[in-house]
Design a protein. Structure first.
Lengths: 123, 110
């Protein structure tokens, strides 16, 4: 079964840091680009970051540039998001999502989603 | 305010046809494929339509997508109670170098 399982979310103080992880299974992880998408409860979806198959290309939404870093370890079938200098507006459920093509980039649609991990930034 | 503009809500009775619009610009819908996602309450999003009008396997043919210029639309024909969900359009934006989502449309089956 193709599956993505996120972990690492917790309550953190403003200015704090976290490392979110996404464990992939059931498919050839190193064939696919990957993404992080977040959602404030009751609000819409916001794409946060994407990474191509070998980590050589990444992109971020403007609001997280310089604070968040996406990475992957193909040997461990894992995707990561290092989140630093957290702000209240970063509070959200963070989903990892697979790019829907084996071309290896992250510009396409997202065909497999994890259930998400919750990050709460609060003092 | 989202780069892609959707109506916040839409509704219909069972069996009716509902259409959701998505308006963008030349840097996103105008040059990139449009994708649609369905999010049922309490669940992760699921791709409903990709590359403007393609349905993944398992998605009923009641769902269809189209695109013209800088706008796209999702149509649900033969509306069913299980279609009550939030629907999001999305496209890659070449200027922002980012995926953009619409604000979402909540579909209610009356």
């Amino acid at each position: 079964e193709v599956q993505l399982v996120e972990s690492g979310g917790r309550v953190v103080r403003p200015g704090g840091s976290l490392r979110l992880s996404c464990a992939a299974s059931g498919f050839s992880f190193n064939d696919y680009g990957m993404n992080w998408v977040r959602q404030v409860p009751g609000k819409g979806l916001e794409w946060v970051s994407g990474i191509n198959w070998n980590g050589g290309r990444t992109a971020y939404v403007d609001s997280v540039k310089g604070r968040f870093t996406i990475s992957r370890d193909n040997a461990k079938n894992s995707l990561y998001l290092q989140v630093n200098s957290l702000r209240a507006e970063d509070t959200a459920v963070y989903h990892c999502a697979r790019s829907g093509t084996t071309e290896g980039s992250f510009y396409y649609y997202m065909d497999v989603w994890g259930k998400g991990t919750t990050v709460t930034v609060s003092s | 305010q989202s780069v892609l503009t959707q109506p916040p809500s839409a509704s219909g009775t069972p069996g009716q046809r509902v259409t959701i619009s998505c308006s963008g610009s030349n840097s996103n819908i105008g040059r990139s494929p449009v994708n649609w996602y369905q999010q049922l309450p309490g669940t992760a999003p699921k791709v409903l339509i990709y590359s403007n009008n393609q349905r993944p396997s398992g998605v009923p043919d009641r769902f269809s997508g189209s695109k013209s210029g800088t706008s796209a639309s999702l149509a649900i024909s033969g509306l069913q109670s299980e279609d009550e969900a939030d629907y999001y359009c999305a496209a890659w934006d070449d200027s922002l170098n980012a995926h953009m989502f619409g604000g979402g449309t909540k579909v209610t089956v009356l």
